[in-house]
Design a protein around this ligand. Structure first.
Ligand code: XUL
Ligand code: CO
Length: 439
């Protein structure tokens, strides 16, 4: 098989002073941070759809990039195999150890689902073959239940029982392929699970159906030996006006309501959190404190645009606060999937590498700086001290649950005037972050 990314060498760590665009400045896989190698803290993954599929098309213009990878015609099995070849060469050159896929990223979808499934068998055999002799693994798989017109009214939330069965069929096959490839996780992103108008929607009915489909997926997955985590990937909108898995808190409530919280965690995507009106860090924190921080779709949005731009992450502030949450949570069971794509005008093979180098270096720097913030200790210490009034006296009674409303009221009556809760010191804390980041 001939080289696809000709002239692009294996990308090595050269350090922060290197001017070589095809080198890592911060991602040094064997460097140990807080007792673990960088490569273990940061199980990076390649998203099949963006990296091997997306070719720059937007609402106003067609492809700007050539992602045929040498195949004579796109959307053929020849092209599907060329994508596998390109994907493995790409991951090996970057030292990426994981990939993520939707069923229809791997093969062109046929009109007949049985034909699509045969194609998936063929391509997963080929992927398995390519995995032999490498240490590349599958992070997670998923079914695309949003692209085909049959899903226009939803998949698990569809008004049509037949469409619901097609969703089930795709999930079953995507789980088969995920298990075959040894995937760590399985994702549900409900792109069409929501509504355009409440005038035609029975929300309770739809949510019950989605939960049932997830339960059936868990039961089937466990029956074929899938021991990994299922994930919900929250997103508030786009493509639907309102999506049920709006944000981490909403998805956690849903999972608990339907008894799915033992099998599911969350896959938090930076750009989805910001679309929900949160910071990336917020949705990570909410997931972590509920024991549900599973995996991350690493990207970033644009504050000037109100949609999901899936940019390669380059904000070191965001990556640092992300890694701070991940370190404090004790790590991920999943990994960091670059659900990120090159900008339309960045249309060469080299740009594909620049995107990943940027993303990997940004998270490596975030990891280094988050560890430094924790080591510095001022932030953690400040937070601990801020709640010191709960350590003794009436505060300790509140925390232990050993009090009554009357007792608290009597305490307040004795005090007569409100006590001074103390400064929040936000500006000071922000300056600590800057000092750690730029020293
Ligand atoms: C869409 C998105 C998806 C999921 C997988 O916004 O993030 O690509 O990650 O379906
Ligand atoms: Co995503």
């Amino acid at each position: 098989m001939s080289e696809i990314f000709k002239g692009i060498p294996a990308i090595a760590y050269e350090g922060k002073d290197s001017k070589n665009p095809l080198s890592f400045k911060y991602y040094d896989p064997d460097r140990v941070i807080m007792g673990k190698k960088m490569s273990e803290h940061l199980p990076f993954a390649m998203a099949w759809w963006h990296n091997l599929g997306a070719a720059g098309t937007d609402m106003f213009g067609r492809d700007t990039m050539d992602k045929s990878f040498g195949a004579s015609e796109k959307a053929t099995m020849e092209h599907a195999r060329a994508k596998v070849d390109a994907g493995f060469e790409f991951m090996e050159k970057l030292g990426i150890k994981y990939f993520c896929f939707h069923d229809v990223d791997l093969v062109p979808e046929a009109d007949d689902i049985n034909v699509t499934n045969e194609r998936l068998d063929e391509i997963s055999d080929y992927i398995l073959e390519k995995m032999q002799g490498t240490d590349i693994k599958c992070l997670w798989g998923t079914a695309n239940m949003f692209g085909n017109p049959r899903f226009m009214n939803g998949a698990g939330s569809s008004n049509s029982a037949d469409v619901y069965c097609f969703a089930a069929a795709q999930i079953k096959k995507a789980l088969d392929v995920t298990v075959k490839l040894g995937g760590r996780g399985y994702v549900f992103w409900g792109g069409r699970e929501g509504y355009e108008t409440l005038l035609n929607t029975d929300v309770k009915f739809e949510q019950e159906n989605i939960a049932r489909l997830m339960r059936l997926a868990v039961d089937y997955g466990r029956s074929i030996g899938f021991t990994g985590d299922f994930y919900i990937e929250p997103k508030p909108k786009e493509p639907m006006k309102h999506q049920y898995d709006f944000d981490a808190a909403t998805a956690i409530g849903f999972l608990r309501q339907y008894g799915l919280d033992k099998d599911f965690k969350l896959n938090i995507e930076a750009n989805h959190a910001t679309l929900a009106g949160h910071t990336f860090q917020h949705d990570l924190r909410i997931s972590a404190i509920n024991g549900m921080l599973g995996s991350i779709d690493a990207n970033q949005g644009d504050t000037l645009l109100g949609w999901d731009t899936d940019e390669f992450p380059w904000s070191v502030y965001e990556a640092t606060m992300c890694m701070y949450e991940v370190l404090e949570a004790g790590g991920l069971t999943g990994g960091f999937n670059f659900d990120s794509k090159n900008r339309r005008p960045s249309n060469t093979y080299e740009d594909m590498f620049h995107g990943f180098i940027l993303g990997m270096d940004t998270f490596a720097l975030g990891l280094i700086k988050a560890a430094a913030l924790i080591d510095d200790g001022r932030i953690d210490e400040f937070i601990k001290e801020r709640y010191a009034s709960y350590k003794t006296g009436i505060g300790a009674k509140i925390r232990s649950g050993n009090t009554t409303l009357e007792e608290l009221a009597a305490h307040a009556a004795d005090l007569k005037a409100p006590a001074d809760p103390g400064s929040g010191r936000q500006e000071y804390l922000e300056s600590v972050v800057n000092q750690v980041l730029f020293s």
